[in-house]
Write a protein that binds this ligand. Structure first.
Ligand SMILES: [Cu+2]
Length: 97
């Protein structure tokens, strides 16, 4: 019983540790569409480790609309995303030059 508990706790710590580490990584994407008024952008993104998400094209909300001034459709970008109250939100965004 105790051994199982210990194993479970160790697994939980390992899972938490790797999530925390992945949260610091940027993901790759290509900008498909920008909606400045709504503060949204469509990204064709690669795997997002911290969200456990496979590559796909989808719409994100941006944390700050000013982030959209730095990129345009067709740009290759690196970004960080987070699930903020069920909304997939881009928290950091930079064009890859
Ligand atoms: Cu996605």
């Amino acid at each position: 019983m105790n051994n199982i508990k210990t194993l479970f706790i160790a697994a939980a710590i390992t899972a938490f540790g790797s999530t925390a580490f992945a949260a610091g990584e940027m993901s790759d994407a290509e900008v498909r569409k920008i909606d400045k008024e709504q503060g949204k952008l469509t990204l064709k993104h690669g795997p997002i480790k911290n969200l456990d998400m496979p590559p796909m094209t989808m719409v994100f909300v941006v944390k700050d609309k000013a982030m959209l001034d730095k990129v345009k459709a067709g740009d290759k970008v690196k970004f960080k995303a987070a699930d903020e109250g069920g909304k997939m939100t881009v928290t950091e965004l930079e064009a890859v030059r």
